[in-house]
Ligand binder design. Structure first.
Ligand SMILES: Cc1cc2nc3c(=O)[nH]c(=O)nc-3n(C[C@H](O)[C@H](O)[C@H](O)COP(=O)(O)OP(=O)(O)OC[C@H]3O[C@@H](n4cnc5c(N)ncnc54)[C@H](O)[C@@H]3O)c2cc1C
Ligand code: SF4
Length: 330
């Protein structure tokens, strides 16, 4: 499948990039697409899911690369590759769950190109959407692109396409913030506020804005973590269900526990109510059962992906149990 034609714009600095976005955003929300590693954008353009008039290539913006320590925490530039994250000694020591999640994305070749910004901004996926134009035309277009019905939940008006990035649940557990730049300046928001929960309009990012950095707070450093991912093949596969879990232990007890899910909802989500379970102090076995039940109830998988929703939800329960037990025994 050939790429549709587009005009390529190469930015060299963040102000350059946001100036281009501002200029072209005025021509319509779909006029421009940002290119980071291109590992998701280019296949999607080949399938005619995006047909932007302009593609803004960020790869020469060196300001957006690298991992550095600051007063507020560890800053990771949006263009930092998943391979760099996987090889960072600092992240392995202080934020191991992020490294574990990054390691599971696709394959080594794809991780050499893929960026953390692209993984956070990844489009939601659905069996009825991530298909060629001919395929979609023959089955009928849907709400997410060019149509007005949903094949997954007919009769409804919501798109349930599923968020399938691996690093965002780990970042949610680490209480990460993201920096967003526009011509008006920069703003920081907690990552959990970035996702809308709608499959078709899944992120809170205006057409003239760019994600520039991820910030991991010092307060989350040192949490032990686990990421478990369900996929059909052992590599090169998007998650069909994923659980990230971090815990802080003191005197043999879990003091803090955070659980987040991916690939089972239109957004990556933190499981709420885990704090209350910890305060009950009912012992590890009870904690494992009740936390796994909470996680399974938070997951709302539908027939957007290969494997049945029931199996994917059940695997959320199983992964949560295994992850807590792994953290308690390490
Ligand atoms: C075969 C295959 C397997 C894959 N398996 C996985 C997997 O297992 N897990 C997984 O998580 N992903 C997977 N992916 C998807 C993809 O490789 C990763 O999600 C990757 O991290 C995307 O990063 P990128 O830099 O290549 O993003 P791009 O493709 O460049 O961009 C992705 C989206 O984000 C937007 N964007 C990128 N950077 C910014 C920014 N700084 N500000 C605003 N918008 C931005 C782009 O406009 C685009 O819409 C797979 C892809 C392929 C082709
Ligand atoms: S969930 Fe429904 S509207 Fe969304 S992409 Fe799938 S079929 Fe289309």
């Amino acid at each position: 499948m050939a790429l549709p034609s587009f005009k390529l714009i190469r930015a060299r600095t963040v102000p350059d990039a946001v100036a281009s976005l501002t200029q072209y955003a005025s021509e319509g929300a779909r006029a421009t697409r940002v290119l980071a590693g291109g590992t998701d954008l280019l296949p999607s353009m080949r399938q005619r899911l995006f047909e932007p008039e302009y593609v803004l290539d960020l790869r020469l913006v060196s300001q957006l690369r690298g991992i550095r320590e600051t007063e507020q925490g560890i800053e990771i530039g949006a263009l930092t590759t998943l391979r760099e994250i996987d090889h960072s000694e600092l992240l392995k020591r202080d934020y191991p769950v992020l490294v574990e999640a990054a390691k599971t994305v696709a394959s080594p070749l794809i991780r050499n190109m893929s960026t953390i910004g692209g993984n956070i901004c990844l489009d939601t996926r659905c069996l009825w959407y991530n298909q060629s134009l001919q395929w979609r035309k023959s089955c009928g277009f849907c709400i997410k692109k060019d149509g007005d019905l949903c094949h997954v939940a007919p009769g409804g008006s919501k798109c349930w396409a599923v968020f399938s990035g691996d690093t965002p649940p780990a970042l949610l557990c680490l209480d990460a913030q993201i920096e967003i730049a526009s011509a008006a300046g920069t703003r920081r928001i907690p990552l959990r506020e970035f996702y809308t929960g709608a499959g078709d309009n899944y992120r809170s990012l205006r057409p003239n804005e760019l994600v520039t950095r991820v910030i991991l707070p010092h307060s989350s450093a040192g949490y032990r973590g686990v990421y478990r991912k369900l996929r059909i093949r052992g590599s090169i596969d998007y998650p069909l269900a994923g659980v990230a879990l971090v815990a802080k232990r003191a005197n043999g007890h879990i003091e803090d526990l955070r659980i987040a899910l991916t690939a089972v909802n239109p957004a990556p989500v933190l499981v709420s109510g885990v704090d209350a379970l910890l305060s009950q102090k009912n012992g590890v076995e009870a904690l494992v059962e009740t936390a796994a039940e909470l996680a399974a109830r938070t997951a709302k998988p539908l027939t957007t992906s290969a494997l049945t929703p029931e199996y994917r939800r059940e695997m959320i329960r199983v992964f949560t149990k295994r992850a807590i037990l792994a953290l308690c025994s390490s």
